[in-house]
Design a protein around this ligand. Structure first.
Ligand code: ATP
Ligand code: MG
Length: 462
């Protein structure tokens, strides 16, 4: 590791940085205090062979054009763990317009903060300009009365950019200039200690952006890191602030929480820190009543299966998970409606409308997903009808596989008859003759159908 005096390239900016600290007023509480540590290429295990070729192209091109360029955030954190990053984020001192004119395949996006996306087929490399740290009340940075940052669009330097990031392990910069890692916040040590530590005062940082609480839980589960006590302590108390986050953003974050391969652990942590109740109040209420074990077992199993599928490289659908989360609240409402003499179809439909209407206010589940959730739900009672043509109709339904998996899950955890699930397993694998035999109406059934028909005929006659 070099100390900052022997680090020539950044010396000027580092001096500026210290000048700023000494000039800082109380209002500039966000201006950081910290000593930079530079980990040279032989002092860390990030190698270029692990970095996406496209990210390297972007970094080199920026460098060649005379700009600074670093990898930052989750990709550096994951590379240090020897894991394959989900995506590669680049930061630079080039303005978004300068980035755009450097790359042909580039588009500028974002209202709150302008970003450049550089396209390489299906891979997108996100290039952000360093963000600055102005006074909280400046015209560029608007704060809501509850402390939330509403607008935050000042460009700055690397030294300023650092303090805007959430966790120390997310604030490590891999410098394409000399392949070193720049660390202002002690992130390398925390990384080595498997510690998740929020940068700055946790209360303030959570109030600025309550989604950081969800991110803390997600990273703790995904990385297997322990939360620093000060990072952990305010979460339960501040969890309610998540209620003020736009529903569309919360839905995106929920997908990230549960599609990261550690959904089961994430669920436990969300409940432990009282965050789950804010995100899924109706489900939480069902879990809290503890009338029976089923909802808890069912959800745990759904998440366990989903993690297993991800580990096996299979796909996971968000509608299946969402259908599982809201299954118990749906059941409660259906029961109420059946008790009030609604017929089964109407009870299912009304209950689904109500449960979804309440949930989309908190997490904006897109229509195509709610539609599939409904299909999975509505097929559950249809699985009970095993005679005649009805089972064949279910087999050809585009959501059959998901609905059948859902049924298996219910049966495994005591929410449906095991015999029913076994029947469907046999039926969808059986040959034509066997299927015919399985669905042949029994005598009783025939009688019932006849008597029903007679009933209808009678009605018609009347
Ligand atoms: P992953 O991509 O694996 O989910 P990540 O840490 O890269 O994790 P991103 O959402 O891609 O997460 O964000 C990239 C980086 O931007 C983060 O590592 C962090 O430095 C910063 N960042 C993202 N969201 C926030 C936030 N809400 N507050 C502060 N910094 C953030
Ligand atoms: Mg990322």
């Amino acid at each position: 590791m070099l100390n900052f005096t022997s680090y020539n390239k950044g010396t000027k900016t580092i001096l500026n940085f210290f000048k700023k600290i000494f000039q800082a007023t109380d209002e500039q509480a966000l201006v950081p205090q910290g000593e930079v540590k530079i980990y040279t290429r032989d002092e860390h295990n990030v190698s270029r062979s692990q970095i996406s070729e496209n990210a390297l192209k972007v970094l080199y091109r920026l460098k060649k054009s005379g700009f600074q360029a670093y990898l930052v955030g989750g990709c550096v954190r994951d590379l240090l763990l020897g894991q394959e990053p989900k995506d590669f984020d680049v930061v630079t001192d080039a303005s978004p317009e300068q980035v755009k004119s450097t790359f042909r395949n580039c588009r500028l996006i974002g209202r709150r903060f302008r970003l450049a996306h550089v396209y390489f087929g299906r891979e997108i490399i996100e290039v952000a300009t360093f963000r600055g740290s102005e006074n909280l009340q400046s015209e560029h940075q608007k704060v809501h009365e509850d402390g939330r940052l509403l607008r935050d669009n000042v460009f700055g330097t690397l030294e300023e950019d650092v303090w805007r990031r959430d966790f120390t392990v997310n604030a490590l910069y891999y410098n394409i200039e000399d392949f070193s890692i720049v660390d202002y916040t002690g992130g390398m040590q925390d990384h080595a200690d498997s510690l998740l530590k929020l940068i700055g005062d946790p209360q303030t940082r959570y109030r600025e952006d309550p989604v950081r609480m969800m991110r803390a839980i997600r990273f703790a589960a995904k990385l297997g890191f322990k939360m620093d006590p000060e990072t952990e302590q305010p979460i339960a108390e501040l969890a309610n602030l998540l209620g003020g986050i736009p529903a569309a953003r919360l839905f995106d974050e929920i997908l990230k929480l549960f599609l990261n391969g550690q959904a089961q652990q994430t669920f436990e942590l969300l409940r432990h820190y009282d965050v789950f109740a804010v995100l899924f109040p109706a489900t939480d209420q069902c879990l809290a009543t503890q009338e029976h074990e089923f909802p808890r077992l069912f959800l745990a199993k759904a998440l366990e299966n989903s993690d297993k599928r991800i580990a096996d490289g299979k796909t996971v659908t968000s509608y299946f998970l969402m259908a599982a989360f809201l299954w118990e609240p749906l059941q409660m409402r259906i029961k109420e409606k059946l008790a009030a003499d609604e017929n089964e179809t109407a009870a299912y439909q009304d209950a689904a409308n109500e449960v979804l209407a309440q949930q989309v206010k908190i997490t904006a589940i897109p229509k195509r997903i709610t539609q599939s959730m409904r299909e999975v739900w509505f097929m559950q009672p249809r699985f009970l009808r095993r005679k005649g043509v009805r089972p064949y109709r279910l087999l050809t339904h585009p959501r059959f596989r998901a609905a059948y998996d859902f049924l298996l899950l219910r049966a495994e955890t005591g929410g449906a008859e095991a015999e029913l699930a076994e029947w469907w397993t046999r039926f969808h694998q059986a040959d034509e003759a066997e299927q015919k035999r399985m669905t042949r109406p029994t005598r009783n059934n025939k009688k019932k159908r006849n008597s029903r028909r007679t009933g209808k005929q009678k009605q018609r006659q009347n």
